[in-house]
Design a protein around this ligand. Sequence first.
Ligand SMILES: Cc1ncc(C[n+]2csc(CCOP(=O)(O)OP(=O)(O)O)c2C)c(N)n1
Ligand SMILES: [Mg+2]
Length: 199
Amino acid sequence: MSTTKLNRSDVLNKLMEVRGNALAIAGLGSPVWDLAASDHQPENFYNWGGMGCAISMGLGCALAQPKRNVWVITGDGEALMGVGSFATVANQRPDNLVIIILDNEHYGETGMQKTHTSGGTDLAAMAAGAGIPTTMTVHNDEDLKNLINALKTSPLPLVASIKVENTKPKLVLPSRDGVYIKTRFRQAVLGSTAALHVT
Ligand SMILES: Cc1ncc(C[n+]2csc(CCOP(=O)(O)OP(=O)(O)O)c2C)c(N)n1
Ligand SMILES: [Mg+2]
């Protein structure tokens, strides 16, 4: 639907420059690879296979860690599957939560089937309708600068749908071991005692 599209790896690199110490939750599929390629670190939580949960996981982290910013980096397909989360985020209104949707208008990981955003479904408008205070669609470099500015100046929670090319991103795969990913993230956020809770 959208004509102007950004390169997803350029977008991620620019966003990671201003990430600061935000925790990052990646939705499954290409966003996991994007985050691993641009800023692999223990304060990243990578979802493998759990589709539709990234925004609600980000909300949980934001509520549990009110002094940290939490960034959800996810795809249009993943966000559409958990779209009701927008309403819960809006009602909880955590002022430390940022939701970035890399909208390639396709289910990239599973073979580039079209998602509904290719037919005009507007994720930023859905988020605004849910009551999220700051929402935007990013089509070009100027919009991306506005988003980076909004990250510092606009009220959170924020939802940005970034229109990106539907090219396959660089395949940079972090560990697929769920217990390892969970423990590494918990230790990074909570300190070494978090290891005691490993199951
Ligand atoms: C409940 C469920 N349905 C389907 C899948 C298969 N699946 C894995 S990734 C993916 C596509 C994700 O698309 P999107 O969020 O747009 O990410 P992209 O790879 O396009 O960046 C699908 C359908 C799954 N893992 N779980
Ligand atoms: Mg997609």
